[in-house]
Structure formats: structure tokens, C-alpha cells
Ligand binder design. Sequence first.
Ligand code: APR
Length: 359
Amino acid sequence: MPFEIVRNDITKMRADAIVNAANNSLLGGGGVDGAIHRAAGPQLLAECRGLGGCETGNAKITGAYRLPCRFVIHTVGPVWQGGGQNEAALLYSCYRRSMELACENGCESIAFPLISAGAYGYPKAEALAVATSAIRDFLLDHELWVYLVVYDRASFVLSSRLMANIQAFIDDGAIPPDFEETQKMRVLRAEALHGMAPPAAAQQSAAKKKKRLLHPGAALTNAWKTIEEAEPAPGLEAYLTQMDESFRDMLLRKIDEQGITDAACYKRANIDRKLFNKIKNQKDYRPGKPTVLAFAVALRLPLEETREMLMKAGYSLSHSSRFDLIVEYFIRQGVYDIFEINQALFAFDQGLLGTAAQM
Ligand code: APR
């Protein structure tokens, strides 16, 4: 089931359970703790008084009172002391125990803040990495919809090196390295089709050609015109027999070729089982582009096959789209971890790969 990163105030989340970044006393505090107690009202504190506190790394569950959710799960993260006091394991345990409690109480969804990343001083990029790994591990064998709620831009930090690399790719990635090759192929095809040199206009310098054809579609339209002139269109029926393999058939073929289960594929794609079944059972269902890309990532397709899968669903990778460039960046790096890609997409204010729950 999907893992979603959202910008919100956790007290507004309508998940079945929201998680409070509490302290050992469970008697309230500042930050998330203060916000949740204020929004829930005094009955929450009254119930917490009866819990007898909570040790670091563990979690306890209460009602939610005036909050728009069913439960509050109070967990106590580690105070950062430099990383040598088992902080990562304790923080991982906060997420794990909270999700276990949510499932034990019949929750289908849970919303986390970035535990320990505020007053407890846990370095934000590391706190995010521990959260992601705990959530990913748990979702491998549990059905739960998990939201990581980011309250303010400053609290969502990726490694600066990764951010710089992605930004550089976005800035320079406008012309794909295989651009020249693609362009040459088009000119050769036009010549082969019509036994003539392409129109003088096409004899421009490579630099001008790059500028002129920053939108490859333009070249395609021209080439298409010449193809139509050259070949009489076949009858419609004959045409329709040329139907290519559909996106769905390619997806199912790839799953078989890789010898993985449907569930392994849609979990790696951060796709909900219901949506996967819709794609599998409704031949003409047309998924959105983020869904197609999520499957390409889950199947670890190289760039060419990713483009092929997109084309079968009626899409293409655009170099004028930050979203597309960021996903292409990770595919070129051979990084197919959808959680990592989604964190980068979120950091660049883009939508995420996979399905978004309607909250
Ligand atoms: N919704 C979502 N996230 C929030 C909200 C909110 N309303 N308010 C703060 N945050 C974010 C912070 O930006 C930070 O990234 O939650 C993260 C955790 O920050 P803290 O609330 O300071 O929690 P933590 O670092 O775990 O420290 C816990 O602080 O409030 C006290 O009683 C609490 O002693 C405990 C300590």
C-alpha cells in the first residue's frame, strides 16, 4: 500500500491514527505534542495521565477526542546525542511500534510527523532516512496507508549532494545525450522514404538544429507529413490490426519475465492493490503518467524501455517537465527506490510516483 509524503498540519489529517512525537511523561509539551493536545482538548491529557508514561522507542495509543481521526499514537523518539547512543535503532522502533499498534487496532491509515527532527535535534536528512526505511520495511508485509506529514519546508531536508546533483541534471538535462542520434535517424528516414535530401532548411548547423528542434515533436510532425505523402494509408481495419502490445500487456509480460509476483511489483511501485487490479482486469483502462512511471521504476526498466512503456500508455518523457527530469535522473543513476525518488520529487515540489489516497 502506498507511502505518501504530504505538506500539512498533522492535527488536520483524517487518517485513522495520527502519531504524536511525545516525551517520556506523555503529559504534553511543545511542537507536535503541544499542537495535538491543543487540538484534541483536555480529555486527551486526562487519558494520557493514566498511561504511566512511555519509554523511548515505544508507543502507546489513546482516543483522539476533538481531532478528525480515530486514535492518537504517542511515541517517544530519541534525543540526538551524536549518533552513538543507539538513536537510529530507537527512532526506527518508534515508527515500527506505532505502525504495529495501528494495525492491532484495525487502522487502515496512519500519519507520522518527522519524529525527533525538532526539539530532539535529530539531523533532518537522517531522521527522514530512518523513517523511510522503517516504513518501507513494514509495508513489505503489511497493508497500511502511511502518510509522512511535513509541517514546514525547512523540516524536509535531503542530502545537499543529492539535491545539487538533481538540480544540475534539471538545468543541463534539456538535450538528451542521444539527441544527435535521434535527429540523424529522422533525416536518414526522410531521405530513404523519398530518395531525396531533406529540405534545405534541415541542412542547418547542429547547434541551430538543436535550438530549432528543442521540441522534437516539431520534427516528428514534419517527418510524419512526408511519410503520409509517400505511403497511401491502408484500410482502417488493416490499420487496427497493427495494434501494438498495450501498456497493460507489457506490464504483465515484464512481471512474468522477472519472475516476481503482482504484489511485489505493485508494492515496489507504491501502487495500491485496487488500482493494480483495475489495470490488470480492465484492458482499456488508461493509468496516469505517475502510475506508469511508478511501474517502470518498480520493474527497474532502463530508460529506453521506460520510454516504450510510457508510449504504450500514450505518454512520453518530456524534458520540459521537472517531474520527468527528476525521474529520468534516478533511472540514469540506476536508482530504482521509489521512496527515495518520491522524497526528491517532494523536495522539488512535484507530485509523487504511485497512487495518491483521496483524503
Ligand atoms: N504537524 C506536523 N508536523 C509538525 C507540527 C504539526 N502541527 N508541528 C511541528 N511539526 C514537525 C516539526 O517541524 C519537526 O519536523 O514535527 C517534527 C518533530 O518536532 P517536535 O514536535 O519538536 O518533536 P521532537 O523533535 O520529537 O521532540 C519531542 O518536543 O514537543 C516536545 O513534548 C515533546 O519533549 C518532546 C519533544
